[in-house]
Design a protein around this ligand. Structure first.
Ligand code: SAH
Length: 275
């Protein structure tokens, strides 16, 4: 099948707006995305039903875009070529099932590459994993809020968590997380569609929240209320410049700041709930 490639000048909008655009284009039938540099490429099968709606949506967003046709090709092979495995601190590998790695780190997470976020190619995922590696997760009750591909939930399960609740509001992510839980045989994970209300019956020893600045700030009080005393909260998905604002908000609800990790301009921070 031939595909249509839509190149969008996503560098002209904030990350938050880009995320909204990706979500909407996913609903309109774009099957996969690439984000090389300042651009966003979306691919959809030729003659897809909602091509006109996509054009109208992009025009309404006033974001420059152009379209081209790509001749039929072997999409699996193309994906294999472009999706590289990721190694984090020589300890964690995130890879597709078809990768045959030469090294065998302690944790090997298989991801079925789909539209969900969380292949390890983004700084924010790697930063959370680096913080997790310094923790003891044995028998802990974990919440992975905004699970995407489920990568952090799988990592927590591999590290010996007693149970992991993985939440996401996006159907694609819920499906992909379910798929990845299965291929990693991560039996301690429950994937559920929803935001924090879907976690209201439990308290957690560890909460992982790699989402975005606004969502983290708006939900601070609820998030802290789901954390057990002596529990740890790891926040990610924001820039280092925004850490102070996030810290102020969470310290107000009684948490102590523990540490930050940064990569490029991205930042993750961990907090502790004292008695
Ligand atoms: N945890 C993964 C994915 C992070 S991307 C990783 O670390 O790589 C953030 C995810 O949060 C997206 O899949 C998005 O759909 C989800 N999300 C955004 N707002 C949410 C909310 N209010 N509740 C639950 N999930 C949310």
């Amino acid at each position: 099948m031939a595909y249509i490639k839509i190149a969008i000048a996503s560098g002209q909008v904030t990350d938050h707006v880009a995320a909204i655009i990706i979500a909407k284009l996913g609903e309109l039938g774009i099957e996969s995305f690439e984000e090389p540099g300042d651009q966003l490429f979306g691919y959809l099968p030729e003659n897809a039903e909602k091509q006109n709606e996509i054009h109208m949506f992009l025009d309404k967003m006033m974001i420059p875009w152009k379209e081209s046709r790509i001749e039929d090709q072997n999409w699996n092979a193309k994906w294999e070529e472009s999706f590289r495995e990721i190694l984090i601190d020589d300890k964690v590998m995130i890879k597709a099932e078809f990768h045959k790695p030469e090294v065998k780190p302690h944790y090997v997470i298989n991801i079925h590459p789909r539209m969900a976020f969380g292949t390890g190619h983004h700084e924010t995922t790697r930063l959370v994993i680096r913080i997790m590696l310094e923790m003891n997760l044995k028998d802990k009750q974990v919440l992975d809020w905004g699970t995407g591909s489920g990568v952090l939930a799988v990592m927590a399960d591999m590290m010996g968590a007693k149970s992991v609740l993985a939440l996401d509001i996006d159907d694609w992510s819920v499906n992909n997380a379910g798929e990845n839980v299965k291929i990693n045989e991560a039996t301690g994970i429950t994937v559920r569609k929803g935001s924090l209300e879907a976690a209201k019956d439990d308290d957690f020893d560890l909460i992982l929240a790699n989402i975005n600045k606004n969502t983290l700030i708006e939900n601070a009080e609820t998030l802290v209320s789901r954390l057990k005393t002596d529990g740890t909260l790891v926040l990610s998905g924001f820039y280092e410049d925004d850490l102070d604002e996030i810290k102020n908000k969470y310290l107000k609800f009684g948490l102590d700041f523990e540490q930050k990790k940064t990569e490029n301009d991205w930042c993750s921070g961990s907090f502790l709930k004292k008695s």
